[in-house]
Design a protein around this ligand. Structure first.
Ligand code: ZN
Length: 498
């Protein structure tokens, strides 16, 4: 190329000129000062000329935009291109742009701009940095603010972290605890993504005693006392997770009048240092005492009135003894039988308007409604106001569990608190068993009888239980021969419960 030759010639002239100057200096034709000045200026002139020549005749690649471009990952890289001119002529359209930029992958990329001019190739390079600058996200498991009695009860529920580029980075979370003051901690969750972007999140933990103290009653939750007896409180103990033994702090309130039958509540209350209060109630039931000088029998007939009620009443009348009928709902035509029971001095107790376990043991309210409905009907029809009842299936039945869990435990308290005295039995005639003979009923009954107590005998007043009525006279005869006496249930009869 003439271009190159011209540049070499210019530099050669500068050399020759310098050599000539040095020669003249050694021949003492010029001074040192002159020699240096000539050399310097000749080279300066030659190099300047070479540079100017290059600018004029070599393609100049000028990038549009910066040589270093930063692009967020997953965004779009916009190629700004370049312009190329040579000797004032625009040859941009001859540029080849080569790029391997992948904005989906973090990294350093090159964009190469190439121009072929003459037999030479000219290139320029732009650097593109695809970067992850987005902070990862942290999400706490559980509440952002929690309260515990003590930091030792703090249970770490963790957190999860997600990064726009790295994905799930939960495993990289670092957890640190920092005490802020005596009742506050911060749990700090920090996570860094691969690009070094860091995110922190804080869970605030308040230290406050929120656990109630626990009261444990000494002896049973329900205490039975015979009327006229003495009630002594058994006491209780109390402890708290933070304050320890609080037994001394228990306040007891409530009184028991052992002269008056009924149910009494004694309450035990304790407060811990943080103001958490616990109250526990003990029931004290004052009941009729058993009279050991008496050999009592209370015959009880359930589920009537029925077709055999009259036969039963006739036998009772003939023997001049009183019994108790735990009745269910009755039709209008049975009202005279109900009236006869009352007129002849027997007791009537409530068994239930309905005997359907599924209905009556569905809820406490359903049960109370079932006994109150029959109580009110009886009162309305006859003026007879009864306060005794028998749970269908007895108070120890398990069938009710099927319809409402734990209902019997609640009902025994509820009916007592409502003023009812409920009776189970301590002698079974076994007449509920299929087709049992009168003799078998007789045998079952007399084998259950005991002296010096109140024997409450379970029998049934049902159209299908004629053998019960048939066995009755024999049972009465046995009792009379063995110095038992018959009683209808009233307030002087001790409550016989399972
Ligand atoms: Zn029944």
């Amino acid at each position: 190329m003439g271009n190159i030759a011209l540049k070499i010639s210019l530099l050669s002239i500068a050399f020759l000129l310098s050599a000539l100057t040095v020669l003249l200096f050694y021949k003492n034709k010029i001074g040192k000062k002159w020699m240096l000045a000539i050399i310097t200026s000749s080279f300066t002139a030659a190099i300047t000329a070479v540079v100017l020549l290059s600018l004029l005749v070599e393609p100049q690649i000028k990038l549009n935009g910066s040589h270093l471009v930063r692009v967020p990952v997953f965004s779009t890289y916009e190629e700004k291109g370049c312009s190329v001119s040579v000797g004032g002529k625009d040859i941009t359209d001859t540029v080849t742009v080569k790029s391997n930029v992948d904005t989906n992958i973090v990294g350093k990329y090159k964009v190469t701009y190439t121009v072929n001019y003459g037999k030479k190739t000219f290139t320029s390079v732009r650097t593109v940095l695809v970067e992850d600058k987005i902070l990862p996200l942290i999400k706490l498991n559980g509440e952002e603010k929690i309260t515990v009695s003590d930091m030792k009860f703090y249970k770490e529920s963790g957190a999860s972290a997600y990064d726009n580029y790295d994905g799930d980075i939960s495993a990289n979370i670092e957890i640190t605890k920092r005490k802020i003051n005596f009742d506050k901690y911060n749990v700090i969750y920090t996570v860094k993504d691969a690009a070094g972007n860091k995110t922190s999140l804080v869970r605030e933990v308040e230290i406050k005693d929120i656990v109630k103290p626990v009261i444990t009653l000494k002896n049973k939750e329900t205490i039975y006392i015979d009327q006229g007896g003495q009630y002594t409180d058994y006491g209780a103990t109390a402890s708290d997770d933070m304050d320890g033994d609080l037994t001394e702090e228990i306040r007891v309130s409530g009184t028991v009048n052992t002269e008056i039958l009924g149910s009494y509540n004694i309450s035990y209350t304790v407060e811990d240092l943080s103001g958490n209060v616990t109250t526990v109630i003990r029931r004290v039931v004052v009941r009729v005492p058993e009279d050991p000088t008496q050999n009592r029998i209370c015959l009880t007939f359930d589920d009537g009135p029925s077709k055999v009620t009259i036969q039963i009443l006739d036998i009772l009348k003939k023997n001049d003894i009183k019994a108790t009928f735990f009745i269910c709902d009755y039709s209008e035509d049975k009202l005279p039988i109900i009236q006869r029971i009352i007129n002849e001095g027997h007791a009537i107790g409530i068994h239930g308007y309905s005997h359907d376990y599924a209905k009556i043991y569905k809820s406490e309210a359903a049960f109370m409604n079932n006994i109150n409905k029959l109580h009110d009907k009886l009162l309305n029809d006859t003026g007879y106001d009864t306060n005794i009842m028998r749970f269908p299936g007895g108070s120890s039945n398990t069938v009710s569990e099927k319809y409402c869990k734990g209902i019997m435990k609640k009902l025994k308290v509820t009916v007592t608190d409502a003023g009812w005295r409920y009776f189970d039995w301590n002698v079974s005639s076994d007449d509920a068993t299929g087709s049992i003979s009168a003799n078998a009923i007789y045998k079952s009954t007399i084998s259950g009888l005991k002296k010096k107590r109140t024997n409450v005998v379970l029998m049934h007043d049902l159209g299908t239980k004629k053998t019960t009525a048939d066995a009755l006279q024999k049972i009465i005869d046995y009792a009379n021969e063995n110095s038992y006496s018959f009683w209808a249930i009233d307030d002087t009869i001790p409550q016989i419960v399972h």
